[in-house]
Design a protein around this ligand. Sequence first.
Ligand SMILES: [Zn+2]
Length: 107
Amino acid sequence: MSRFDPIDGADYGACDDCGITLPTEQAAKDHRAATMSPGKSSHRTRASNPTRVDRIQSHVDGVVEDAISEALDDLRNEVGRANVTWDEIHEALKWHSEFADEWEKQS
Ligand SMILES: [Zn+2]
């Protein structure tokens, strides 16, 4: 049992719109598909007991986002101290697309 394992025997989640219990991820997918209609979005489902895959994904997403955010703070400080220009950093980030994308957002 690791911190990424779902709680044994607990339901996967529930529907925010109609409140029904969704025992599994598949039940949630099926429910969203069943409530999908033209021009309207499906019911929103909430995972109170996410799958191992989802727990790992969200942890990794968080770690990567933190790393990007910390790196950009460092780089922004260098620009702030006039040690380097925004464009020079942008050029140097060419092999680091996720960092470059975030850097472009703050131009
Ligand atoms: Zn529903």
